[in-house]
Write a protein of this length. Structure first.
Length: 560
């Protein structure tokens, strides 16, 4: 398994916020879509009439972005603008998670052993302004810029785990370019892998793998281009004030003339959720980046005048409790089984104001193709107490438990503590600020912890490689149970094979081992997101990919 910066994975992948095509063998692997030209037009619009163009969409978020360099930064605020201005070869449908062609005409063709992939590019795709027509040379430059150690891309490790031929030499400074990336001609781009690996297309469909013009970005430092992204996307950044916000306007030369629907998007920085909610209710803005605070959800649900403003949807993530198998007595399977049976998930869902479904399945969300229902242990505190007695702990034991001091964790932690104490586990709970939690949970924490990772790009390796392998233990992040065995190691390798059915089954089996056989993680909740959206907005759904925070601005239209 390729070593990556797993601490960065923890920090970014679990924060408050994150295949293969060959004629025959790989035809349907890891996604694909029937959407025309990749346009995601099915979101929330079935009964909203025909989409129409015009108007300005007003939007806000808390804080100020670090900038809009699409390769450098990895956060929701940057991503909202970067993905409106720039595009990858193959993208993901925000509401289904399926892959869709963007700057490529279709999924790439692969050779017989799935090591060489050839992308056919759309002709006559223009970069914003006077920056010319996109070619395969721009694609090669963009991928190398993303992977360059000189740039220090925050999400670079996700892509560096793909075994592209010559990547290591490039990143070690031994080669000026990546041997496995080649511009065959202006409209043909070729990628060669060292070995077959199904992470190529999911990873490079993720939001940082966008194409930018070599002529504009080459030789420039991040600070030179940070607030002026140039791409091929449906919007252009017309203006930005680093203190107050920015304005996106329609790209008049966008390759899909039907998009975007709105003429402009106005973005306000540093707007707290309470103020944004008030503005949306008054018709002073249409959208906000943050979900509705849990404390206000039921109030809005029960207000008849707000029923058309509320949009809810399940997220592509699972909240879980990790058990430290190297900390006694969690080295005993019966103890871990008892913990799994002690937690009342129905109660836990109520604690978070109904913004979650009880996790009765595995570690992957019901939105994931790896999801299997019914494999989690049922709530049975009587059986849990019996298992503790069998393990020699009829009188219980003391156990450390860590969680973050912000919702939903600060709500879930005390409820879980109460459940565990009911079976005799005397919990020594510690509520920690996020940065402290990140630092102290690596390497494997000497405590139970609750956490979640939103699936970054729809491939099980994002979770499995980082949580259930020896490589993750050696790297000091993020195997929270500090457990692996030969079967898990083999399955994580199997997950990388090109055959979709075999790969999918590997991740389903990993989930069964983790949840039922070895009880390394206890699935707790499948969280739901509640967004407040002005009723004039059409085409809106809670996004599934690449994150529930994603906002495909080009797909929304305004009713008059």
């Amino acid at each position: 398994m390729t070593e990556i910066d797993r601490r960065q994975l923890l920090i970014r992948g679990g924060g408050a916020i994150g295949g293969l095509s060959m004629s025959g063998l790989l035809a349907g692997c890891f996604g694909g879509s029937d959407s025309k030209d990749g346009a995601a037009t099915d979101g929330g619009g079935a009964n909203d009439g025909e989409p129409k163009q015009g108007g300005t969409l007003r939007f806000s978020h808390t804080g100020t972005p670090a900038g809009y360099d699409p390769h450098k930064w990895w956060n929701a605020q940057t991503g909202l603008v970067a993905t409106a201005c720039c595009e990858p070869l193959i993208g993901v449908h925000n509401y289904t998670g399926e892959r869709v062609p963007r700057l490529a005409t279709a999924e790439p063709e692969a050779n017989g052993d799935a090591t060489v992939f050839t992308y056919a590019l759309r002709p006559d795709v223009k970069f914003h302004g006077d920056h010319g027509t996109m070619t395969a040379d721009d694609v090669k430059f963009s991928w190398e810029r993303l992977l360059s150690p000189d740039l220090g891309a925050e999400a670079g490790f996700l892509y560096a785990s793909v075994p592209i031929l010559g990547l290591k030499a490039f990143q070690d400074g031994k080669a000026k370019g990546i041997r496995g990336l080649r511009a065959v001609d202006d409209l043909t781009f070729e990628v060669t892998l060292e070995r077959p690996d199904s992470t190529l297309l999911p990873a490079f469909s993720y939001m940082q793998a966008v194409v930018v013009p070599r002529a504009y970005y080459e030789g420039k430092k991040v600070e030179d281009v940070n607030w002026a992204p140039i791409g091929t996307g449906p919007f252009m950044l017309e203006s930005v004030d680093k203190a107050t916000g920015g304005r996106l306007v329609r790209n008049p030369e966008y390759w899909d003339p039907a998009l975007p629907y709105v003429d402009a998007v106005e973005i306000s920085y540093n707007v707290e959720p309470a103020l944004a909610i008030s503005r949306i209710q008054k018709g002073e803005q249409e959208l906000m980046n943050e979900p509705i605070p849990a404390a206000q959800v039921n109030q809005i649900r029960n207000d008849p005048s707000m029923k058309d403003f509320l949009k809810e949807g399940i997220q592509n993530t699972c909240q879980w409790l990790a058990l430290p198998t190297r900390l006694k007595p969690f080295d005993q399977l019966e103890v871990r089984q008892a913990v799994a049976m002690a937690i009342d998930k129905e109660k836990l869902a109520k604690v978070v104001k109904g913004l979650a479904d009880p996790a009765t399945g595995g570690i992957f969300s019901p939105k994931s193709r790896y999801f299997e229902d019914g494999i989690a242990y049922p709530y049975d505190p009587e059986k849990a107490r019996a298992l503790l007695a069998e393990a020699g702990f009829a009188d219980g034991f003391d156990a450390p438990f860590w969680y973050q001091n912000q919702p939903p964790w600060s709500d879930m932690g005390p409820a879980i503590t109460q459940d565990l104490e009911q079976i005799g586990i005397r919990v020594q709970g510690k509520s920690k600020i996020y940065d402290q939690f990140v630092q102290e949970t690596n390497p494997g924490p000497p405590a139970m912890i609750i956490f979640a990772w939103e699936d970054a790009y729809g491939h099980g390796s994002y979770v499995a490689d980082s949580a259930f392998t020896k490589g993750a233990i050696d790297a000091g992040c993020c195997n929270y149970s500090t457990f692996t065995n030969a079967k898990l190691e083999a399955l994580t390798e199997e997950g990388h094979v090109p055959d979709r059915a075999a790969s999918d089954e590997a991740y389903k089996e990993i989930s069964r081992i983790v949840v039922a056989d070895e009880v390394l993680w206890v699935p707790l909740l499948y969280p739901r997101r509640a967004d407040l959206v002005n009723k004039t907005v059409r085409g809106y759904e809670v996004a599934v990919a690449p994150s529930s925070e994603s906002k495909p601005f080009s797909e929304y239209w305004l009713a008059t």
